[in-house]
Design a protein. Structure first.
Length: 178
């Protein structure tokens, strides 16, 4: 993992650990996690997620969420799936299990969750699945990183959390595949 940075999210006791830009790899798959914009985490997935990669991501995410929890902070999660392959049933199951293991307060800590899915048909399927599967109901499918970042910034505004100076819909560039 990258170096540990501290950032005050507008509260005197809200020091949340930021890990910077983290690259996780397993086989032909990878995840680039960027939390350099305080209050927003962007996870870009590449290739077909393996169980090992899913576990590495959730190990990282657990450390981050624990820091948010201790700081009494909140954050927005953007998951960019533009370069990912469909996860296997075992990987999907692991994602669900590891998400649940993050704790019952995860919904309170996460003020917004956006899933970047560029294909409109797949976005429609995800929306329909959210009606049947409660955890998906909290995640909003969007068509581009710019739309997700714009929504994330509005979420921060609504929560009274200062916008990060280093993130905007017009200037964000996706990471290259590791």
């Amino acid at each position: 993992m990258s170096a540990l940075f501290l950032y005050d999210w507008g509260s005197p006791d809200a020091e949340v650990p930021l890990m910077g830009l983290t690259v996780l790899r397993d086989a032909d798959a990878a995840i680039v996690i960027d939390d350099r914009a305080p209050g927003v985490v962007i996870a870009t997935w590449f290739g077909e997620p393996t169980l090992e990669l899913v576990d590495r991501y959730f190990d990282w995410h657990a450390v981050f969420v624990d820091g948010v929890r201790k700081a009494r902070g909140r954050f927005v999660l953007i998951t960019d799936t533009f370069a990912t392959a469909r996860p296997s049933p075992s990987a999907r199951k692991r994602i669900a299990e590891r998400t649940e293991a993050l704790g019952p307060d995860l919904q309170e800590l996460t003020i917004g969750s956006y899933l970047v899915v560029e294909n409109a048909l797949i976005r429609g399927v995800i929306t329909a699945l959210a009606w049947l599967h409660a955890p998906l109901a909290e995640t909003v499918p969007v068509g581009s990183p710019a739309l997700a970042i714009g929504a994330a910034l509005r979420d921060l505004d609504a929560a009274g959390i200062p916008r990060p100076a280093n993130l905007s819909p017009g200037t964000y560039n996706r990471p290259a595949r590791p």
